[in-house]
Design a protein around this ligand. Sequence first.
Ligand code: BG6
Length: 484
Amino acid sequence: LVLPPCDFTVFGGTGDLALRKLLPGLYEQERRRQLPAGTRIIGVSRSPLDDAGYRDLVTRALFEHVAEDHLEAGALHRLTARLHHLTLDVGSAEGWDRLHGLLKDRPDRPAGEEATRIHYLAVASGLFGPICDRLDDLGLVTPQCRVVLEKPIGADLASSRQVNDAVGRVFEERQIFRIDHYLGKESVQNLLVTRFANVFLEPIWNSRWVDHVQITVAETLGVGDRGGYYDQAGALRDMVQNHLLQLLCLVAMEPPSYVGGDAHDAVRDEKLKVLRALAPLTGDDVDRATVRGQYTTYGTELGHPSTTETFVALRAEVQNWRWSGVPFYLRTGKRLARQESTIEVVFKEPPHAMFPDSEGVTTPNRLTIRMQPDEGMQLHLTAKHPGPGGIRLHPASLDLSWAEAFDERSPEPYERLLRDVMRGVPTLFMRRDEVEAAWGWVEPILARWHEAGVEPVRYHPGTEGPAAAERLLARDGRTWQEGT
Ligand code: BG6
């Protein structure tokens, strides 16, 4: 597929996201020679940098964030030659004519044929509307343009609607790419393939055979220098509203008619149905079904006391034919014991105990989907322990490790997603209705915490999180699966 040249403008071009994820993602594309010929990358920020200064800054960031064995002089040279920097305060009306000049000045394009313009808004979502308006005023928005929005979009349903309205006045929905980088993870896409390119799971993927589902995204890092943003957001807005609910959708959704091709909405339609089927958590349901936590050193790290949560555990239910009565337990937190993201689908016990005289233990069948680190899958079974004499039952597992099964390195999510933006493929991006449905579900939880003054319970860094999260499952006679 030969793509036309692209002008990739990153608003927030010197920010953490740009330097840690976006430019390394573009570099990997460059290394694979996937960037369209004639592509330019324009970093926009308030920093007083010229092109040379920006090239230096980006080069240093690439040395820090790209795998050492991927650093190639040729690719580095090709990528940095594409870089430009424009000093611009996007909150002010001044200086936009220079962006106009740069984007309109493409001697390599015949008159009337413009480059594909991609505007990546790696800034706070309050600036999305004003930036889109300015681009529109300058005549920089054409049908070939795309805009990429970083999460979180707004801080609640009303503000996310305002942001979506403001962007939607300038760009059509087909031009808007709302990024959730979890959808770009190989392991997450593989979940779709595992579910729908095989026959054996589908017949048991329902309330008849599944006892419950656990989704864990555990991080060892704290908030670091992102405190300014994070303290306003908290774990529910930062992780649950987007990443964890998207994972839940992919586990719970009905088979879409297609994945790929031009059927960009098939997957998104099915995810939306799941979000709309989530049983609302309101009032004192929230007290029973959610746990709000904060690690004990958070305030010190931040520099002031705070009641923002750095940990959430909750119990959700999808009210539809397939999942009625099956709890989905979600949890995520910072400064936990392990860096680990997993989905556990725990099956019911066999209907009839056929080995009453056997020794040993049986555990329920369980499918573990390890998203990171060490992507893979494990199917936990009960097997016969080898040996003469009576039957002795023993837990065993079928293991699939991506690193062992495939030679290829998994691309980083941003690499994959940026390529999709350039190709104009929106399947792995969130549609407006999905984002708003997710906010609609999360908002009453935030409201209840606020109204009832629910303070986060403290947990020590390096632990599994607050004990209340254990009790959430213990009340249902279940436990979290740890360290698989
Ligand atoms: C981001 C959150 O969206 O995802 C961060 O804002 C979080 O707080 C990060 O650390 C986790 O992503 P990953 O890919 O490292 O699991």
